[in-house]
Write a protein that binds this ligand. Structure first.
Ligand code: ADP
Ligand SMILES: Cc1ncc(COP(=O)(O)OP(=O)(O)O)c(N)n1
Length: 275
């Protein structure tokens, strides 16, 4: 059987917890061959982002084309896309290659508050990328920025999240997952809401009381992408991704002085232990 492959189009996190590094670690853990197109290099650690060095749209386009014409891409995800020019180049390459298993993680702001996508690029993302998405995976603030709806922040209600999911589906995304890390409305739980254009599904897990949550969004979206690359449908892939991130947050590595990385090998360890 051919080895499943996945491409991440995202920024590099020198601290290793988010971005390209989190994505490739997750692909590897899920036994999917990982490839990358880097949009920007960030100087970053668990305390925050201290520098952003974009590579530019042409460099991103060239990386995607090089991978596409040779290795094949069973599924891909997008992460930090920096600006409207890179968003446009990525959308154009995806269309040109005819890729359909596309996860758009609409990364906008790092935990420390640094902007990872220019504000004027949000419209480009809505118009050009969301119609190509098999799944879009915003957190609550990203869902608010994309839809213009107020979800209530930490007290985001189920109905408000459903309305935002419908609005994102109307923009062209075939599945919407509104991630629950920022939503504290259900005590002690993290509830991600999945909408497939018809039905809603709740992916629920224990909220782990830890500050080590750097890169949770990237890791969840990368696990979703890896499962899609292996041929799972979107609901099954999201359920597996939720189990992956639950293990990764639940077994922290206690690295760094700030928001430390999650543990990308915890899920594999747990699965081997129950065999
Ligand atoms: N403290 C936590 N305990 C368990 N799961 C978490 C925790 N924080 C986030 N998650 C999960 O991590 C994933 C990413 O969520 P979120 O933090 O909302 O995204 P982002 O990193 O993009 O802000 C979701 O599946 C969410 O439920
Ligand atoms: C290079 C890079 N890409 C994405 C992020 C944001 O990742 P995310 O998973 O949303 O995690 P937090 O930064 O919110 O912890 C990043 N920081 N750097």
């Amino acid at each position: 059987m051919r080895t499943p492959t996945a491409l991440t189009i995202a920024g590099s996190d020198s601290g290793g917890g988010a971005g390209i590094q989190a994505d490739l670690k997750t692909f590897q853990e899920l036994r999917v061959f990982g490839m990358s197109a880097i949009t920007a290099v960030t100087a970053q650690n668990t305390l925050g982002v201290s520098g952003i060095y974009p590579l530019g749209a042409e460099a991103v386009r060239a990386q995607i084309a090089a991978v596409g014409c040779d290795l094949g891409v069973d599924a891909l995800k997008t992460g930090m896309l920096v600006d409207a020019e890179i968003v446009a180049a990525v959308a154009e390459e995806i269309r040109r290659q005819g890729w359909t298993r596309v996860v758009v993680d609409p990364v906008m702001i790092a935990k420390g508050g640094t902007l990872l996508l220019q504000k004027r690029a949000v419209e480009a993302m809505k118009a050009q990328l969301l119609p190509l998405a098999l799944a879009v995976t915003p957190n609550v603030p990203e869902a608010e920025a994309l839809t213009g709806l107020s979800l209530g922040g930490k007290a985001a209600g189920r109905e408000a999240k459903k309305e935002a999911a419908r609005a994102l589906a109307a923009m062209g995304a075939r599945h919407v997952v509104i991630k629950g890390g920022h939503d504290e409305s259900v005590a002690g739980r993290c509830v991600d809401l999945l909408y497939d254009g018809r039905d809603f599904f709740e992916l629920e897990g224990e909220r782990v009381p830890t500050r080590h949550t750097h890169g949770t969004g990237c890791t969840f979206a990368a696990a979703l992408t890896a499962e899609l690359a292996k041929g799972s449908d979107a609901l099954r892939a999201a359920q597996e991704a939720k189990a992956f991130i639950q293990a990764a947050v639940g077994c922290p590595l206690e690295l760094g002085q700030g928001h430390g990385p999650t543990n990308h090998w915890a899920y594999g360890d747990l699965r081997r232990a129950v065999r």
